[in-house]
Write a protein that binds this ligand. Structure first.
Ligand SMILES: Nc1ncnc2c1ncn2[C@@H]1O[C@H](COP(=O)(O)OP(=O)(O)O)[C@@H](O)[C@H]1O
Ligand SMILES: [Mg+2]
Length: 631
């Protein structure tokens, strides 16, 4: 009968969603796929040659078996001839086995190679996407979507291409040989095919539905588990006391998954059984009809046997090819989705004639800068639509005509209510976003004209929640400067007032921190982040409420660390503490995306405007509690 591999592939193909054939694939996709396959053309040619070889062996063997039967029936030739033919059949079987292994080797080499190429390119490309892309895309969804599509693209080579080519060649050869032996029998056998294919399509559709339902259920069970099986979630369940209701809801979903599993197993078996049954019925037909023809002298005994054997190579390929459009389109769609990601133009790119930020000048300047966050449509993706979070933004201006200049070495404080646009101003300096109009300059150079490496090197940022990778302390620090020596790491840690803590850890610099590592307190994390900035040694430092989430004790420690970090550098400090602001060379009061007042603390207090108001409502309470000065 059919090889189980062919039947499996046929069933997988019937489970595919036929609606893909309605998708339109942009022109040129096929060319691009060919472009990706180009490095593998030698493998492809070898693969196709082997497929043809196997197909030839597939029809040759039944014919040889037929000729043996004829010799037996007519008692012609010698027994030695028969043994020779049998040995030849055995030889062909060996060659076929070798060819099958080699085919798999080539198809997987190509498929895995394609995965490797696409994966590396997508990863690199996504890393270069603007921050806006990440604010609008759910990471998990993006990752799984890309994984699935990249794997779909691989299957295009490993299963679709090999399946379609080998089935088509096998089918043409088999049907041709069968027709030449007996057109009546072959015609009748082919008439039987719809008997199987029509119900198979129906089963495939039902399988798709329940498979999709079970994916959904599994995903929601996983989500429930991840939410409940962490300290915060488990606490909530305990405190609000609904464990039995939770368990009941979980049980009902798990129960449905169980039922679907049984259904799906039965549908799958029905598919195979039907395929086997149709082939068995057809075999009976071949023997009945062929035997009758042989009795009338229209067919030899060997031809009847050859036809019966060939029949087993007819149905699998016919079934698989009846769904070929869906297979090919699924493969194209996978490629198309990957290309879509690769085609997303990174909005922030290095100018071709970019130059380095001048090392000597550490000034920061905004000249008539206006800014709106990019609209979702500009950064999201058609195929990621269901995971893009619609956000306001777009046309609403967040910054309007902002101009100021921080001289080298100056401390400039940004104050204003939450949502006023302070962080947005900070984001424009390292070019996380580009100004909609106006110019941002670092070291006198328009940031759009600066090389990204030099811009990165000249600016250090510490935000509210510093992020550490799940890696050692040393690796996290060296992210800022890979070539730093251990001594330099310790110097930075000392400057950030965290050397003593790191030294007290059993693994020292090799302690793993981050998501699943050693739990650092908020203040410790901030000080590590400051050490990271110190190691980088940028001329410009931006602090965006770097101490906002800390208790007063950690804050004192972090503030000490910041004193070191800011010394001798130009700093842009978004502050919520009076002490920082009092020492600022310049205070910019931001309100509704505009700078409404500029001056020193004393000047602005004397003015009695926004700042004086802010001072009374926000800063005055904390005034006495802090003694550390920044400067
Ligand atoms: N990624 C974003 N996309 C769209 N709008 C944003 C984004 N980040 C901030 N905003 C909006 O920009 C305005 C200024 O925000 P922000 O600069 O963070 O204020 P601040 O730091 O002064 O509290 C707010 O109205 C905020 O909702
Ligand atoms: Mg902010």
């Amino acid at each position: 009968m059919d090889s189980p591999m062919t039947s499996m592939a046929a069933m997988r193909s019937f489970r595919r969603d036929p609606s893909v054939t309605e998708r339109s694939i942009p022109e040129g996709t096929t060319q691009r796929i060919l472009g990706i396959a180009r490095p593998y053309r030698r493998e492809l040619i070898s693969f196709l040659a082997l497929v043809v070889l196997s197909a030839l062996i597939g029809v040759l063997t039944p014919l040889l078996a037929g000729s043996i039967i004829n010799r037996i029936a007519q008692l012609s030739g010698t027994a030695g001839d028969i043994v020779r033919i049998a040995l030849f059949i055995a030889g062909l079987a060996l060659v076929d086995a070798g060819s099958s292994l080699a085919q798999r080797w080539y198809s997987s080499r190509i498929g895995e190679g394609v995965i490797y190429d696409l994966r590396s390119r997508v990863f690199e490309h996504v890393l270069r996407m603007p921050v806006a892309f990440f604010t609008r895309t759910q990471t998990g969804a993006l990752v799984s979507r890309l994984n699935n599509d990249v794997i779909g693209a691989q299957q295009a080579f490993t299963s679709t291409l090999s399946g379609v080519v080998s089935n088509a060649i096998g089918l043409v050869l088999t049907a041709g040989v069968m027709f030449s032996l007996s057109w009546q029998i072959t015609g009748l056998s082919i008439v039987l095919v719809p008997l199987f294919v029509v119900p198979a399509k129906r089963i495939g559709k039902r399988l798709q539905e329940i498979t999709r339902e079970s994916y959904g259920l599994n995903a929601s069970m996983n989500a429930t588990m991840t939410e409940r099986f962490n300290v915060a979630g488990a606490l909530l369940v305990k405190l609000f006391g609904r464990p039995s209701a939770e368990a009941e809801a979980f049980r009902s979903r798990a129960g449905r998954v169980r039922d679907i599993g049984v259904l799906s197993a039965m549908y799958g078996r029905t598919f195979f059984t039907a395929l086997t049954l149709v082939a068995a019925l057809a075999t009976a037909l071949v023997y009945g009809l062929g035997g009758t023809l042989a009795f009338n002298g229209q067919l030899s005994a060997g031809d009847v046997v050859a036809l019966a054997l060939l029949l087993s190579r007819l149905y699998g390929p016919l079934t698989a090819l009846s769904n070929v459009r869906v297979d090919v389109m699924s493969a194209l769609v996978s490629f198309d989705r990957v290309f879509e990601v690769l085609d997303l133009a990174p909005m922030i790119t290095e100018a071709p004639d970019a130059v380095d930020v001048p090392a000597g000048d550490r000034s920061v300047e905004f000249e008539h800068v206006s800014f709106s966050y990019p609209a979702a449509a500009d950064v999201s993706l058609a195929s990621l639509e269901d995971v893009a979070i619609p956000e306001h933004g777009g046309a609403t201006p967040v910054l309007r005509d902002v101009s100021f200049r921080a001289e080298p070495g100056q401390l400039v404080a940004l104050v204003g209510h939450s949502g006023a646009g302070k962080s947005t101003i900070a984001n424009l300096v390292p070019r996380l976003y580009d100004a909609t109009s106006g110019t941002v300059r670092v070291g006198g150079l328009d940031v759009r004209q600066a090389t990204s490496d030099s811009l990165r090197a000249s600016i250090g940022v510490v935000s509210q929640d510093a992020h550490l990778f799940h890696d050692t302390i040393a690796a996290n620090l060296r992210y800022a400067r890979p070539e730093a020596t251990d001594d330099e790491l310790w110097a930075a840690l000392t400057g950030a007032r965290i050397a003593a803590l790191v030294a007290s850890l059993p693994d020292g610099l090799d302690t793993v921190v981050g998501d699943r590592g050693y739990r650092m307190s908020g203040g410790e994390k901030q000080r590590l982040a400051i050490a990271r900035v110190l190691l980088k040694g940028p001329g410009v430092v931006i602090l965006d409420e770097a101490t906002a989430h800390l208790d007063s004790e950690s804050e004192v420690a972090v503030q000490h660390a910041l004193d070191t970090a800011l010394a001798g550098r130009t700093s842009l400090v978004i502050a919520h503490r009076l002490s920082t602001i009092r020492n600022a060379d310049q205070i910019l009061v931001v309100e509704g995306g505009q700078i409404v007042e500029t001056g020193t603390h004393a000047e602005l207090m004397a003015l009695g405007g926004y700042y004086a108001d802010l001072y009374r409502t926000q800063f005055a309470q904390g005034a006495g509690e802090r003694t550390v000065e920044v400067g």
